[in-house]
Design a protein around this ligand. Structure first.
Ligand SMILES: [Ca+2]
Ligand SMILES: [Ca+2]
Length: 476
C-alpha cells in the first residue's frame, strides 16, 4: 500500500477522499469477499432443511443449506419484525437498545445513536452497498439513509380490492388467498429480478447487497400455482394436545395485547386452520422461488466464487401450536429461524446444532471479510462453527420479548424466565415440541441454575417515543 501523508490543514472532504483511497487500496490488497444478505419475513422452521413441516417444498433454500452451513439451532434476539431487524442490523440486543415492538425506528433509539448499521460499517470499510425490500422494518431513513449507495426499491405487492378469506369480524392485516394471477405482479419477484440484474454488473469495490423478501408475512397472497402445491385437506397440522397449556405460567400471552393476529379459538371456530396453513406453506414455496432467482443469477455471474451468502428470517411463527398464532412468544415456534451461510471458505457439510443467534451475523461477516472489529457488537462470530460444525459453543441463544422476559436456548435446553420470575424449562433431547414444562421438577433445578447465569442482568427498559406511547394507549 502506498504511504499517504495526512495533513492537519486538510478539509473534511479531502480527508474522506484519502480515507476512501486507503480503504480501496486495502480492499484490493486483501481481496475482500462480496456479501449477499437475504432476509425473509416471518419464516419459521417450515423448510426442508430444518424439517419443521414434513410437506414444506423449498428446493432452492435446501440446496443452499447443502452447499454451506445450516445453523439448525438458530434463534432471533427479539420475536417481532422491527426489533429483531434493528438487532441484526446493529448487532446489539434489545436488552441494550430497548426496542421490543414494531417501533420505534432504529434511528430513534438513543442507545444506537453511535452504532453503525452493518451496511454502513461495510460501506465505511470500502464496500459498495445495495439494498432493497424489507431489510430494516422502517427502511434506511433519517441518518441511516447514507448507508445505502443504491436502492433496489421497497415496493409492496398488489392486494385484492376486498377480503378473500378472512372473516370480516377479525381485525387487523390478516387475509389470504390465491392472488394475483402471475408471479411477475409480485413485489418479491420484481425485487429478486432487480437483484439478479445487479449481480450481473461489475463493481470497482466489493459489494454488500442486502435484500428482504416480504412473504410469508401476512397478508398471505401469492399466485395460484403456489397454492396448487399443497392440498389443504391432507396437510399435516401441528400437534396441539389439550393439556399442553396446563403447565405453563399464565401471564405471558396476556401482555401480548399488541398483536393483530387472530386467536386460536377464532381460527378453529371459523374452520380456517387448514386454509391458513396452506396459504403459509404456499407463501414459503413462493419466497423459496424468489431466493432461487437471486441464487441462480449469482451462480452465473462473475461474482459466483467470491460472494458470501447469508440467509435468515427475522423470527418464527406459530400456526396453532400452544393455541397461538403468529409471533412474540418465547417458545421454539417464535424464536427458531433459518440461518444459512455459504460461499468462499465455507465447506459444505453437516448442520450445526450448537446455539446461534441472529446477533452473530454481524460479527461473523466482519471476521469473514477481515474488517476491523466493531466494539458495539454483542454477538459472537460463528467462524469456528463454519470451519467445524461440531465445535462446541458455550454461549446459548438469548431471546427477549417485551421488557423483562427472556429465553435461554442451549443445545439441549430451553429456559424461559418471565418478568415475575415464573419459569418454563424444556428438554429438547426428548421434547422438541416443548410440551413438558420441567421447571418445577426438583431434579432439574441445577440445569435451571446453570442456564440462569446467562439471563441479562441489566436489561434496558423499553424505549417508547411519544407517538408510540399514544398509539399503544389508543389500543388498550
Ligand atoms: Ca417479521
Ligand atoms: Ca405443556
Amino acid at each position: 500500500m502506498a504511504f499517504i501523508h495526512l495533513n492537519s490543514q486538510m478539509t473534511p472532504s479531502a480527508f474522506r477522499s484519502v480515507l476512501f483511497l486507503v480503504f480501496a487500496s486495502a480492499a484490493c490488497a486483501v481481496e475482500r469477499p462480496n456479501v449477499l444478505l437475504i432476509s425473509i419475513d416471518d419464516l419459521n422452521d417450515w423448510t426442508g432443511f430444518l424439517g419443521g413441516h414434513p410437506q414444506a417444498v423449498t428446493p432452492h433454500m435446501d440446496a443452499l443449506a447443502k452447499r454451506g452451513r445450516n445453523f439448525s439451532n438458530a434463534h432471533c434476539a427479539v420475536p417481532v419484525c422491527s426489533a429483531s431487524r434493528a438487532s441484526v442490523m446493529s448487532g446489539v440486543a434489545a436488552t441494550t437498545h430497548g426496542s421490543y415492538e414494531l417501533g420505534p425506528r432504529y434511528e430513534e433509539l438513543p442507545a444506537l445513536a453511535e452504532v453503525p448499521t452493518i451496511q454502513q460499517y461495510f460501506k465505511d470499510n470500502g464496500y459498495y452497498t445495495l439494498s432493497g425490500g424489507k431489510v430494516l422494518h422502517h427502511g434506511f431513513s433519517g441518518r441511516l439513509a447514507g448507508a445505502i449507495d443504491r436502492s433496489l426499491g421497497r415496493k409492496r405487492s398488489p392486494r385484492p380490492g376486498k377480503l378473500m378469506s378472512r372473516p370480516s369480524e377479525w381485525s387487523g392485516a390478516w387475509d389470504w388467498g390465491a392472488y394475483p394471477e402471475k408471479d411477475a405482479e409480485m413485489a418479491d419477484v420484481q425485487l429478486a429480478k432487480k437483484a439478479a440484474a445487479a449481480l450481473q454488473e461489475d463493481y470497482e469495490q466489493p459489494f454488500f447487497m442486502s435484500i428482504g423478501f416480504y412473504r410469508p408475512h401476512v397478508p398471505l397472497f401469492v399466485p395460484p400455482r403456489w397454492f396448487d402445491l399443497y392440498d389443504a385437506e391432507s396437510l399435516t397440522l401441528p400437534r396441539t394436545p389439550k393439556s399442553d397449556l396446563s403447565d405453563v405460567p399464565e401471564n405471558f400471552l396476556g401482555i401480548n395485547n399488541y398483536a393483530v393476529a387472530p386467536t386460536h379459538a377464532q381460527v378453529v371456530e371459523h374452520g380456517k386452520q387448514r386454509s391458513l396453513t396452506q396459504a403459509y406453506l404456499a407463501s414459503i414455496s413462493f419466497v423459496d422461488h424468489c431466493v432461487g432467482i437471486v441464487l441462480d443469477a449469482l451462480k452465473s455471474s462473475p461474482h459466483a466464487g467470491k460472494t458470501l451468502i447469508v440467509l435468515w428470517s427475522d423470527h418464527g411463527f406459530h400456526l396453532g401450536e400452544k393455541d397461538h398464532w403468529a409471533k412474540r412468544t418465547l417458545w421454539e415456534e417464535s424464536t427458531r429461524v433459518p440461518l444459512l451461510f455459504a460461499g468462499p471458505g465455507i465447506k459444505p457439510g453437516e448442520s450445526c446444532p450448537e446455539p446461534a443467534s441472529l446477533l452473530d451475523i454481524y460479527p461473523t461477516l466482519i471476521e469473514l471479510s477481515e474488517l476491523p472489529e466493531n466494539p458495539h457488537l454483542e454477538g459472537l462470530s460463528l467462524g469456528p462453527q463454519l470451519s467445524d460444525p461440531t465445535m462446541q459453543r458455550d454461549r446459548p441463544a438469548i431471546t427477549s420479548s417485551y421488557f423483562g422476559n427472556h429465553s435461554i436456548r442451549s443445545r439441549d435446553w430451553r429456559l424461559i424466565v418471565y418478568e415475575d420470575d415464573a419459569k418454563e424449562l424444556y428438554d429438547h433431547r426428548t421434547d422438541s415440541d416443548e410440551f413438558h414444562n420441567l421447571a418445577k421438577d426438583p431434579a432439574h433445578q441445577a440445569v435451571i441454575k446453570e442456564l440462569s447465569r446467562w439471563l441479562p442482568r441489566k436489561a434496558a427498559p423499553e424505549f417508547k417515543t411519544r407517538s408510540e406511547r399514544q398509539r399503544r394507549a389508543g389500543r388498550k
